[in-house]
Design a protein around this ligand. Sequence first.
Ligand code: 5AD
Ligand code: SF4
Length: 501
Amino acid sequence: NHCFFGASRRLMKRRLYLETFGCQMNVLDSELVLNQLRAMGYEQVSTRDGADVVIYNTCSVREHVEQKVWSRLGELREIKASAPHMVIGVIGCMAEREGTDIFRRYPHLDILCGPGELDKLPAMVQSAALSNSNATSPTNTTARQVALTGKNTRRSTTLQAAEDGLETLDLSRSFSPADGRTQAYVRITRGCNKFCSYCIVPFTRGAEVHRPPQNIIEEVRRLADGGYLEVTLLGQTVNHYAYQHGDGRTTTFADLLYQIHEAVPQLPRLRFVTSFPRDFTVEALQAMRDCQRICRYLHIPAQSGSDRVLRLMNRGYTAGQYIELIDRAREMMPDISLASDFIVGFPTETEEEFQMTVELTKHCRFKNSFIFKYSPRPGTHAAQKYPDDIPDEVKRRRNNELLAVQGEICAANNAAMVGQTVDIIVEGEGSLASPPAVDAVKVELGWEKRKAQSSDQKQLIGRTRGDQIVAFNADPKLIGKIVNVKITAARQMTLFGELVN
Ligand code: 5AD
Ligand code: SF4
């Protein structure tokens, strides 16, 4: 019986469970990892039970997200005891931040791989799978465990595309129209040089490296030819992009936008995240204004409305300069949609300083804001120099207050859209209650079920160019298409509309 099971196991595809935490960069990394492991004969499964390989692509930006991974790893201890062949990997920012200390706490873990080493993950998985299949006991760890983290050294010089395994990884992405997807990410920079005092990213993703424009354009073109409708350019400080060519020329972020727009006319929508306020040039705003297929959407984190706090955060701009940029963007593009991030309860933040953040939010009228309670990250300047002195209940109250202010702005922004006709990419079937039925907040969080109006009409969900969610009733065969919808009703987080023929 045992032998038979062993034989059939070898004939079956090996099962991979991959869970992703954190930012869009991680989502893209996971896609590339998945491509590589598929090519090795793995199939993705939706539960870790019975998986041959379990990989967590992790985020270190706040402690709360790390804790989720720690608890997952704890749970796997017993599962692995009864399935010693299972390969467990931690990849991404936690692997880089924690290093081999993780092995001491979690001896059942096999692989650690930082974000700068992901091109080597297939070999690591292969080798761990082989060691585990020969293992007599899961506690025999030393021979089995492998770790590759960058410690920021490997990529500290300008990227030599052809030589860089990561560049090959980006370029080798495979996709097919059969995946039925409409939206893709394309990296334009890796890493970050800003060293905002609270942020772990420069330590985990290393120094900033810019990809050659011809590689980026080629990747966008392949995606557009493959049926993708929207490409989002990714960078930790995406607008800081500036590629130095061998002959001394520089391709700036604005140049890159114009070049992609011109070289890939078959792509309906191009967008980019995340922008850094200090680096936003007028040329880049002009590119957004002039190029019709570039979405007028900016995710441009302010972090705080207080100059003193911004200085402690090492952000390199004042609230006044931030507001000036936002005002100029609005003046050039009145229909622009803006989003921000804020950290509340940064060390020593006073109530008055927090109110400056509230005022900045009211002035800028963001489409939405991502609001976080300050979380000290070991090794960062802030964690070393400033005691985390704002009590959690104060952080929570400020968080809720800012959320409420932003919520009112969302509701007003959305209400102002009623009557407009917008083009949306239809992403899938929705399950939102229609406007008057249920309490708005509950709907947004709960994605409650609702009945379709007739058999060939389902509730569909799509996104506008400004990244607003729109729900409307139509035939599901429209999924994956761009359609025009007239907005008929609005909630705080969602718009409702009718298909326009
Ligand atoms: N604590 C709280 N929020 C943080 N962010 C980054 N680091 C921290 C931290 N230590 C937030 C910032 C950033 C977003 C991705 O996460 O607002 O823009
Ligand atoms: Fe972190 Fe600042 Fe870099 Fe953004 S710009 S990744 S907040 S260091």
